[in-house]
Design a protein around this ligand. Sequence first.
Ligand code: PMP
Length: 437
Amino acid sequence: MLNLKKSAAAFAEAKTLMPGGVNSPVRSYANVGCNPPFIARAQGDKIYDIDGNEYIDYVGSWGPMVVGHAHPNVVRALQEAAARGTSYGAPTCVESDLAKLVMKVYPSIEVIRMVNSGTEATMSALRLARGYTGREKIVKFVGCYHGHSDSLLVHAGSGMATFGVPSSPGVTRGTAQDTISVPYNDVDAITKIMEEMGDEIAAVIVEPVAGNMGCVPPRQGYLRTLRRLTEQHGTLLIFDEVMCGFRASLGGAQAAYGITPDLTCLGKIIGGGLPVAAYGGRRDIMMKVSPAGPVYQAGTLSGNPLAMTAGLETLKIITAEPEPGEADYSRMLTLKTKKLLLGWQEKARKAGVAIQAHQAGSMFGIFFNEHEVWDYEDSCASDQEAFKVWFLSMLEQGIYLAPSQFETLFMSGAHSEEDIERTIDAAGNAFEQVAKS
Ligand code: PMP
């Protein structure tokens, strides 16, 4: 049995201090019925709790840690930056360095604005879309999560899905009324809405690879349909690549599927584990943002020098030219992920457990479901009890996964071949537990 005694005591105290003992809901492990390990440190692909347990980590802080934890280049650059002062609230060169590197891999981003969280990025992109088009309504997809700003907390996935809250108290009816939600991956649904009211819709916002109803890639041609319909109605297409950016491929889903959005939201990896996100896109739209234009948006810590430094060092690693004969970083991650998932599928088959596996580059996940999973409804129809048994068995065996089937898992450059073999073997045992349950 895993010893989580110190974590249990720490969690008991935390529960007296913070709602549910945490600063973000899914961390509480409420839906898997065990105490969350309290983390002491992390290095490479390993994470260590305060009871001294070591785990192979596939959460990676929910995505950002693509080069592994405490990468020496990132740590060194951060130490040097910290010694020069942690915040100035004034322009710095490192902001432009990070902007240029992001734009190199995201050519659709002609102008960019750095913010502190994915929530801020999507909220600001929507305000901009409304300001630019003079329209009020937006369309989002059921089970897509875009952070917790009011207009996006309607039919959101992830923590919201995990806790079965369709939308949150505190979001006014007026706000919710301007948000239209339609099923993801359903061409007829979005076509109908756009035909009926496309000319009133400022923006369609989508996770081009959904990651908050579990990992669910777009069906073939789906993103192209969104592009065509939005163009026809003068509606902006916003790709929320906070999660799939730098993961679906280096250039995100837009490069992987060859679709150019009007605006893109990025987060997670672009901060290398510090709080950074960004929104950007077409110059004529972005020039409406203050102080170039009238749409207001600001931030005391936006472009923070430590955060920019962590992002820049991380992006330098993943965009580096590969050694001759070697795969580039993104391809290397994709191949490792494929190997892990093939191993899991093989083990599941042997144990007689039906799963659906999805991968988009270095994002991946499985559903305990005998049917294909293409939208939120399919995802909800997966066996949550089987997931729980599987999750707890993996944790016991030192494999740290997201504690919900509605979350996505992430590969990093620090995961070794040996780790992957170990994770496949552990999954075999876990599937056998599921078969017995
Ligand atoms: N968009 C997507 C696609 C996300 O996955 C998330 C968070 N997981 C967000 C936005 C919100 O980002 P943050 O938690 O940094 O506010």
